[in-house]
Design a protein around this ligand. Structure first.
Ligand code: FAD
Length: 317
């Protein structure tokens, strides 16, 4: 079922959902199931599965570096299919511009449709670790808007190289990313919101936000988006802070601010367990405020471990 239909059926009740990252290759899918199992009691109508593009690895061969390209994590679509059929929930594969030609994207979308996947999250993808700026793949898309356009055309039966007259054309519900504290490369929040409007005008049905730790950022973002004419649901993405390193890592990687009160609480801790507990308590308070605001979904970034998400959800759902 489409995310937008899940929201309609919820009749204003806030839903619980979460995102998982495919484990690095060499791991077993049982590990993923072990992390999903404890969250199923909170009835997630959908689960997002991220996609990581290929990476370059350098192998030291007696002082000469040999560059190899590898995919570090197993394929998102296979994981989506496995979870969808095991738990009977909708799964949402993240589809990227980076690392894929338009043809490869079309094959992926055809496979999604064949497997009964009704939603996709359309993203540009992160810059590769050895690059300073995002470089589009030859024959691929530059921006998420272009990808949304391709998906939207497919929804009308317009394939890249042919128009297929069949009853069973895909009808993907399309999610896109939004950034309450603006995207790292954007010159201003206003410019970034204009780009978000372009994604919605191109056919995006809903927005999921980047993580934020200060709800005021989300409230302000939603207000400005609405003023700009963005009317689709804006789902808050929330990540519980879990380790001390997050104090540096999250602002550095995602260009987000952490509230002083949260930093102070983390600095008081003398063990990792205490920091994890601070993250849980902060997220519960954050989530309660978002529930009062009437958000459609509380969407958690699980980052492969679900004990803290379970502790949070059990207080709210
Ligand atoms: P875009 O919407 O294309 O925007 C990228 C930048 O370009 C922005 O600064 C925007 O303002 C600007 N821009 C847009 N259009 C134009 C234009 N026409 N001209 C000039 N500038 C323009 N990354 C992954 O690799 N895998 C994942 O699974 C993944 N999941 C994510 C899930 C969520 C909810 C979020 C919020 C992010 C996720 N990301 C993921 C990270 C995302 O890929 C990066 O943040 C990426 O740098 C931007 O992606 P986007 O889709 O927002 O890009």
């Amino acid at each position: 079922m489409k995310v937008t239909d899940h929201l309609k059926n919820a009749n204003g009740k806030t839903l619980f959902s979460f995102e998982i990252i495919p484990p690095k290759k060499g791991k077993n899918i049982q590990e993923l199931y072990d992390n999903i199992d404890p969250l199923i009691e909170f009835n997630p109508p959908f689960i997002d599965v991220t996609t990581s593009r290929e990476e370059y690895i350098y192998i030291d061969k007696e002082g000469l570096f040999d560059r190899k390209i590898t995919r570090m994590r197993p394929g998102t679509l296979g994981i989506c299919a496995a979870i969808k059929h095991k738990y009977e929930v909708d799964t949402i594969p993240h589809v990227l511009c980076g690392g894929f030609t338009k043809e490869e994207t079309e094959y992926l979308l055809v496979d999604c449709h064949y497997l009964g996947i009704d939603n996709v999250m359309a993203l540009r993808g992160d810059t590769m670790s050895h690059q300073k700026y995002f470089e589009p793949t030859k024959g691929g898309h530059n921006y998420a808007t272009d990808l949304v356009q391709q998906i939207n055309k497919l929804n009308k039966g317009q394939y890249l190289h042919d128009v297929v007259e069949v009853d069973n054309t895909p009808d993907f519900c399309i999610g896109v990313a939004g950034y309450p504290e603006k995207h790292i490369e954007s010159p201003s929040l206003h410019s970034d919101l204009l780009r978000l409007k372009e994604k919605v005008d191109a056919g995006a049905d809903y927005v999921v936000t980047q993580m934020f730790f200060d709800n005021q950022r989300y409230f302000e973002f939603v207000k400005r988006a609405r003023e700009m004419g963005i009317t689709v649901p804006i789902i808050p993405g929330i990540k519980p802070l879990a380790v001390e390193k997050h104090l540096q890592l999250l602002p550095q990687v995602f260009k987000i601010d952490l509230p002083e009160a949260l930093i102070k609480e983390v600095n008081k801790c003398s063990s990792n367990a205490q920091i994890r507990q601070v993250g849980v308590e902060w997220t519960i308070q954050q989530s309660k405020e978002l529930l009062d605001f009437g958000v459609p979904v509380l969407h958690y970034y699980s980052m492969g471990k679900s004990d803290n998400i379970k502790a949070i959800a059990s207080q709210l759902f």
